[in-house]
Design a protein. Structure first.
Length: 290
């Protein structure tokens, strides 16, 4: 319904504009609008209050690189030249796996101090159940993450961005940290944005820290015993007969390897024994008779 209403309003606005400017034909107006909209899709605006240096200055390029490596990809700024597109492909193929490895390594180190040690401390020191402590800790950690990376940043964005309310700011935080990146809301694109370079760098750091925080929270919830049991419901179960066959085959291989090893050890012992003159049974009998 909102789309239909917006379509009707644009139709009425276009018709009113043609009536007020009778020297301009509808075909000429549509050609002009098509060219303007095509340029706007590439992040270029024809408005008088827009700056032409915003898309590819250093801070904007840094912001673009961070959205590419984090797979957020707002799409408000894209490479235009063939060389830029080719470089973006190579850069993404190399950079995205390294970024994922980096995030994984950082999360694995943070979760030791943020999740595992606190849960173990309360379990050993105070004697609480480990499962109960893990659930309460996960809920508290999730509340802290939502407050620090959704609610507080949404309030800040609603103040810094003139055209954003709290809901739209919260929507941007969720779309960004979930790496959906629809691109309908991008910070720092207003023509009267103060300290734009510093603002862009701050948003880039926010995205990086927010992704790490979300991964830590998800990893914390995934380590809960109840979720592990729930995940096992979707695992493919193996037949017991197949498992027993595999175990027997493994045991037979281990037994044969042990017997072969024992035989080789006996041979080595015989080879290492000192040389002893063997006497025949007849010589022994003759010595006894004598």
């Amino acid at each position: 319904p909102y789309e239909d209403l917006l379509r009707q309003e644009l139709g009425k606005l276009k018709q009113r504009f043609l009536e007020e400017h009778s020297c301009l034909s509808e075909q000429q107006l549509e050609q002009f609008l098509m060219r303007v909209l095509a340029a706007n899709n590439y992040g270029v605006s024809v408005l008088s209050n827009a700056s032409g240096n915003w898309n590819w200055d250093f801070t904007s390029s840094l912001f673009f690189a961070s959205t590419v490596l984090s797979t957020t990809g707002y799409g408000h700024t894209v490479p235009l030249s063939d060389g830029g597109k080719a470089f973006c492909i190579i850069y993404s193929v190399i950079g995205i796996p390294f970024t994922l490895l980096f995030l994984t390594a950082v999360v694995q180190r943070i979760i030791v101090y943020v999740t595992r040690r606190p849960v173990l401390y309360f379990h050993i020191r105070w004697g609480f159940s480990k499962q109960v402590v893990a659930i309460i800790h996960a809920m508290v950690l999730g509340f802290i993450a939502v407050s620090c990376f959704f609610l507080i940043p949404a309030a800040i964005f609603s103040v810094l961005e003139d055209e954003w309310n709290f809901l739209e700011s919260f929507y941007f935080c969720f779309i960004s940290l979930s790496t959906i990146g629809l691109g309908d809301y991008v910070p720092g694109e207003g023509y009267n944005q103060k300290f734009r370079e510093l603002y862009k760098i701050g948003v880039t750091c926010y995205l990086l820290m927010g992704l790490i925080a979300m991964l830590v929270v998800l990893e914390t919830f995934c380590e809960l015993h109840e979720l592990k049991k729930f995940r096992k419901l979707f695992y493919v179960k193996k037949d017991k007969e197949e498992d027993q066959v595999h175990i027997m085959e493994h045991d037979q291989l281990s037994f044969s390897s042990i017997s072969d090893q024992a035989a080789s050890m006996k041979d080595d012992q015989k080879a290492n024994e000192p040389f002893v003159n063997s006497q025949s049974p007849t010589s022994n009998d003759s010595s006894l008779n004598n």
